[in-house]
Design a binder for this molecule. Sequence first.
Ligand SMILES: [Zn+2]
Length: 82
Amino acid sequence: MPVPAKRRSRSKKRRGWAHAAIQKHLLVACGQCKRMVNPHVACPFCGSYKGRAVVKHRPLAERRSAKAKATVKPEAHAHPHA
Ligand SMILES: [Zn+2]
């Protein structure tokens, strides 16, 4: 097993860790719906990019509400002969 020949100095260790800070996540307002979204990416809420619709699928908010409705279905698990 390799063992370092010399201990890394306190200064060198700290200088290396100087670049390890967590960066703030950059968000920009969507041109269409004004919600905060990732830059250079089609808006997941309204499907627009640079002011025009580029994604055909239903927007994220609609898909989320549809999924929430689909998961709450107690009658689907009920026994048919009960
Ligand atoms: Zn949008």
